[in-house]
Design a protein around this ligand. Structure first.
Ligand code: NAI
Ligand code: MG
Length: 366
């Protein structure tokens, strides 16, 4: 297969973990006889400082011309955000416009922790020992993140307002993606919302339940988001299957899921649009550990695996990468974020050592 891949390294740990994902992509390219042309492009806070825009025109051209985009996390430390004017900050100036440009409405966020690695979780063994395998599907281009954001003043009183809108088309198309996935994999589906308070959530629930009528073979359950946050900690294995959730609630709950399996560094993701898709880790730029060669590149390498099966329809290549990632852990190695109390220091890998080991396992596997 011949494909062009736009590579947006991003900020903070972005360049470090994207570097490891690129190593793995090149290894798979050689092993399977593909031809990938990689086009690096500036994106995020660094792009704003060097080119005056977090999503420069040149980057848009590179992304438009690419078959698929691989993106590292972007953003400055929360304390430093004020260095960039609001409209140029990486979320408003880069991530949301990227999602909007390619209408990447379905965000696949797998939450996987095999039973053998249950010790990575901060939860008690009896709660997590069965292992977790949840596919969270988050709506990514609607809701409050994409509504008008207004700060104003009326009769001497300052106020702020965020508009939250969902159209029937927006809800139905992501619901169809989730039900199709559940049907294909013979999995149950949990639909999460806040229909006891929000009009948009009542609407979400109504459309999802209407869509469910076409999938009588998929066991489907409904849960309020606050209870879901609680249940994820108390009894996470009940969610094994597909979870469908709207944009902002999904942003928050997927980070919580990362905590439950032990690290955000275990959270890859794919953002799927009708014509073009991109992959990125679920986490941010982790400024607290940037430049130290200690970040966990699993999330980025796992995102490359999602690029292979979700975007390029190459499931064998994706599986090979995932098996290699888990093989690193099965051999007793991990990065620092997943360090276990009894683990010896020589089993703790740097970002580059982790990527090298994944590459070696893929090369050795015949
Ligand atoms: P964060 O997700 O960057 O970090 C949260 C915690 O998780 C930190 O302790 C960090 O060290 C740890 N962590 C994250 N990824 C890790 C990895 N691969 N290996 C080991 N540890 C890891 O959240 P934070 O600090 O709130 O945000 C930093 C910046 O990232 C902000 O500017 C934020 O707006 C941006 N952001 C960007 C996203 C994106 O590019 N899609 C998504 C989320 C946040
Ligand atoms: Mg987030």
């Amino acid at each position: 297969m011949q494909k062009t891949i736009a590579v947006l390294e991003g900020d903070g740990i972005g360049p470090e973990i994207v570097g490891e994902a690129v190593k793995v992509i090149k290894t798979v390219e050689n092993k399977y006889g593909h031809r990938f042309t990689l086009h690096p492009a500036a994106f995020g806070a660094g792009a704003y400082f060097s080119e005056g825009s977090a999503f420069p025109e040149k980057t848009k051209e590179i992304c438009d011309a690419a078959d698929v985009i691989i993106k590292g996390p972007v953003g400055l430390a929360v304390e430093q955000m004020d260095q960039i004017p609001q409209e140029h900050r990486p979320e408003i100036g880069a991530i949301l416009p990227l999602r909007n440009r390619y209408d990447t409405f379905a965000n696949f966020r797998p939450v996987r922790l095999p039973a053998s690695l249950a010790a990575f979780s901060p939860l008690k063994p009896e709660i997590i020992s069965q292992g977790l395998d949840i596919l969270m599907i988050r709506e990514l281009v609607g809701g409050i993140y994409f509504g008008d954001k207004i700060e104003g003043k009326t009769t001497g009183m300052k106020y702020a307002k965020d508009d939250c809108t969902y159209t029937e088309k927006q809800v139905r198309r992501v619901a169809i993606v989730a039900f199709e996935e559940a049907r294909k994999q013979h999995l149950p589906l949990v639909n999460i919302h806040k229909a006891n308070v929000l009009a948009t959530s009542r609407f979400w629930k109504e459309i999802v339940e209407d869509t469910a009528k076409d999938y009588p073979d998929v066991p489907c359950k409904s849960m309020l988001v606050d209870n879901a946050a609680y249940q994820l900690v108390i009894n996470p294995c009940q969610f094994n299957g597909v979870v469908l959730i709207e944009n902002m609630q999904g942003d928050i709950l997927t980070d919580q899921a990362g905590g439950i399996i032990g690290s955000l560094g275990l959270m890859p993701s794919a953002c799927i649009g009708p014509e073009k898709s991109y992959v990125e880790p679920a986490h941010g730029s982790a400024p607290d550990i940037a430049g130290k060669n200690i970040a966990n590149p699993y999330s980025m390498i796992g995102s490359a695996a999602l690029m292979f099966d979700r975007c390029l329809n190459l499931p064998k290549e994706a599986e090979e990468i995932r098996n290699a990632l888990f093989a690193v852990f099965e051999r007793g190695f991990s990065t620092r974020d997943l360090m276990l109390p009894e683990q010896s220091p020589e089993k703790i890998l740097s970002t580059t050592q982790f990527g090298d080991m994944v590459v070696k396992i893929i090369q050795e596997n015949v």
